[in-house]
Design a protein around this ligand. Structure first.
Ligand code: IPM
Ligand code: MN
Length: 356
């Protein structure tokens, strides 16, 4: 089982190191191969996604990714910015299906910014389309406005677009996932304003005909943002486009106590996957040894389940995470009265010890 390890920037190296040590403790035949990505790759090779890194990712059975980005690269030309590394990997590997489960562990109910009764027992799954939408739509750029009241002034533009097959394949993923869960899909759109999302809604409804055992509801994204903090447990599977999914998954992370708890899996049609925490590189706390490694450790568990055919090993890691939370160990982002504050490495060591 060959795993490409791309730690990236900021806290990326610290949290990925802990996930790897947990994987190694499983004593399975993993082969880890490291490569530079993001700002770190730009510094070393002049590009955020060097050819060698992309090649390694393409040839591996799975990719374990940390995080990319740092304010110090904000002024670089767009194609050289660290974020282009993760966007390029998603596009080149065809990772169109992004799973972002938001689970509120019983031990973390009080860490959520919402009232305990709203989040206790929460288990929702956001499925974000990851290779289309305004993130990748062409044309985009800057120009002199060709028309309208501001004709002749400088303007910038992006293009929101989705094709039928792109929507169909993510809808199938969502309905299939819902079948394994509570059999409800909420498709989030902005059909009242955007042509792209009227089309999205129509195509998802058509795909639904294949899944009569799954309930489908449509919801506007503004309402979905509200319902996520009003009655989050009413959701089961949420399926949406790239940009709405980006925004709603950050919102959903706070229901779980901390974005430091949210793992993710990004899959292509061949079942190959990239696994990364849903959070960013947090340059403000990088190098201090205080970042929460649990989102990355849980992402490694998703990798075992989705790409490496090791569901028992995945379950062992997930159980170990629950155990350390039960023991009261907390990184600063989830710290609560009466708990024990630990750093990144101590948290990783505790998960290894709890594997049994
Ligand atoms: C995420 C991140 C990325 C995104 C950035 C780093 C490009 O926010 O994975 O959610 O917008 O998709
Ligand atoms: Mn995001």
């Amino acid at each position: 089982m060959k795993i490409a390890v791309l730690p990236g920037d900021g806290i990326g190296t610290e949290i990925v190191a802990q996930a790897i040590s947990v994987l190694q403790a499983l004593a399975l035949p993993f082969e880890f191969e490291h490569a530079a990505v993001g700002g770190a790759a730009y510094e070393a090779h002049g590009h955020p996604l060097p050819e060698a890194t992309l090649k390694l990712a393409q040839q591996a059975d799975a990719v374990l990714f940390g995080a990319v980005g740092d304010w110090k690269y904000d002024r670089l030309e767009r194609h050289l910015r660290p974020e282009q590394a993760i966007l390029g990997l998603r596009k080149h590997l065809g990772l169109f299906a992004n799973f972002r489960p938001a689970i509120c562990y019983p031990q973390l109910v009080d860490a959520s910014s919402l009232k305990p009764e709203l989040v206790a027992g929460l288990d929702i799954l956001i499925i974000r389309e990851l290779t289309g939408d305004i993130y990748f739509g062409q044309p985009r750029g800057r120009r002199s406005a060709p028309d309208g009241p501001f004709a002749g002034s400088e303007e910038a533009f992006d293009t929101m677009r989705y094709s039928r097959p792109e929507i169909e394949r993510i809808a199938h993923v969502a309905f299939k996932a819902a079948r394994q869960r509570n059999k409800k899909v909420t498709s989030v759109d902005k059909a009242n304003v955007l042509e792209t999302f009227q089309f999205w809604k129509d195509v998802v409804s058509a795909v639904h005909a294949d899944y009569p055992d799954v309930a489908l509801e449509h919801m506007y994204v503004d309402n979905a943002a509200m319902q996520l903090v009003k009655r989050p447990k009413a959701f089961d599977v949420i399926v949406t486009g790239n940009m709405f999914g980006d925004i709603l998954s950050d919102e959903a992370s706070m229901l779980t106590g901390s974005i430091g708890m949210l793992p993710s899996a990004s899959l292509n049609e061949r079942g190959q996957g990239l696994y990364e925490p849903s959070h960013g590189s947090a340059p403000d706390i990088a190098g201090q040894g205080v970042a929460n490694p649990l989102a990355t450790i849980l992402s490694a568990a998703m990798m075992l389940r989705f790409s490496l055919g090791q569901p028992e090993a995945a379950a062992r890691i997930e159980a170990a995470v629950q155990t350390v939370l039960e023991q009261g160990l907390r990184t600063p982002d989830i710290m609560a009265p009466g708990c024990t504050r630990v750093g990144t490495a101590q948290m990783g060591a505790a998960v290894r010890a709890a594997l049994g």
